[in-house]
Design a protein around this ligand. Structure first.
Ligand SMILES: [Ca+2]
Ligand SMILES: [Ca+2]
Length: 356
């Protein structure tokens, strides 16, 4: 990481200059580069660290804002409507021991409630991360229940069929290679007290487990989604790979393959599957990029990439962690964590890329 810091410094200036040039060119009527991101939402300091997104049934984007970068502000859930106007929906109650809520991934359940991963690893090394359910009535969040406790790094959430799935980005932060995986919980299990996970991958809810062999980025299972045929896709961040799992008729995992790895991807963070084409869009935190993967061939196409420390100026990507597809637009949350040569800086943005 230290090496990257020094190597990147001259390039930051180039990125800023490139951004300035692009603005100038479009201002003169010249076409912007294909897929040039612009700012969809310029967030205020109250929403300084955006992350998990999902489209709700109305076509609004639900966005979790954990505010890691400036924790003077509470962690909140907001809504971005079709005109990119922002409404605050809910302030997450702080964890009673850490004093912070750390909402990352979010999905909407068949019951209309919002299921959220509370990733406490940003504030504690213990097993304090949780799966939360925000109870929704008439479009309003009316309460928050704790469904599962004992994750290390709960990250993405997917509601599919009779279950909710949660990626666990590390099952053991000391091990090399590092194990991570996906948990599955059936809604029918959420009847009383929160489920408390057995540590270290011993819990019966662990559906799949795999490894990350990258000492620079000890980050495992991350973005997740289901395709129209019910196959499960999971990003392995540090391997810069996309994994596919199929299910047998008994509901258990039947096969596991690496769909794509590398090919311009330096990390694989949040993902969404295009509802029409089936292509898989992936936010690449390390490379400041968005890629799409053809799940049939494994071919990776880089939609956009810019240098590190862009600031996010003009919509340039600034450590993107999540994507969300709405119509022909890909929204990108710039989490802007101050790691590996990046500085946390204004503007705080949701970028948007228009597809053909
Ligand atoms: Ca930055
Ligand atoms: Ca920024």
């Amino acid at each position: 990481m230290e090496r990257m810091k020094t190597a990147r410094l001259p390039l930051c200036l180039a990125a800023v200059l490139a951004a300035a040039a692009a603005v100038t060119l479009s201002g003169c009527g010249m076409p912007a580069a294909p897929h040039q991101p612009t700012i969809a939402v310029n967030l205020t300091e109250r929403y300084n660290t955006p992350d998990g997104m999902v489209l709700d049934a109305n076509g609004d984007i639900l966005l979790n804002v954990p505010n890691f970068n400036n924790p003077d502000y509470p962690a909140v859930l907001v809504k971005i409507d079709k005109n990119n106007r922002l409404t605050e929906l809910f302030a997450f109650p702080p964890h009673p021991e850490t004093g912070r809520a750390c909402p990352l991934g979010i999905d909407v359940g068949p019951d209309g409630n919002y299921y959220v991963a509370d990733n406490q690893s940003f504030v504690t090394p213990g097993h304090k991360s949780r799966l939360l359910r925000l109870n929704v009535k008439n479009g309003q969040v009316v309460g928050c229940d704790i469904l599962v406790t004992g994750f290390m790094q709960a990250n993405a959430v997917s509601c599919h069929g009779d279950s909710v799935y949660v990626t666990e980005t590390s099952l053991d932060t000391e091990a090399s290679p590092m194990p991570s995986g996906v948990y599955r919980f059936r809604y029918a299990e959420f009847t009383g007290e929160p489920i408390v996970l057995e540590k270290g991958g011993a819990d019966k809810h662990l559906l799949v487990k795999f490894f990350t062999d990258n000492e620079d980025w000890r980050v495992g299972a991350n973005g997740m989604g289901f395709d129209a045929d019910g196959n499960l896709y999971v990003c392995n961040f540090g391997e810069a790979s996309l994994l596919k799992f199929t299910f047998g008729e008994d509901g258990n995992i039947a096969s596991h393959e690496v769909v794509a790895k590398g090919q311009g991807m330096e990390s694989t963070d949040g993902l969404k599957i295009h509802p029409v084409t089936g292509e898989i869009f992936i936010a690449d935190f390390v490379a400041n990029a968005v890629h799409k993967v053809d799940p049939k061939t494994g071919a990776v196409t880089t939609i956009w990439r810019n240098e590190n420390n862009s600031g996010g100026i003009g919509g340039l990507l600034d450590r993107p962690s999540e994507v969300c597809i709405r119509g022909n637009k890909v929204y990108v949350a710039n989490i802007d964590l101050p790691m590996a040569g990046n500085e946390f800086d204004a503007p705080h943005t949701i970028s948007v890329i228009t597809l053909e």
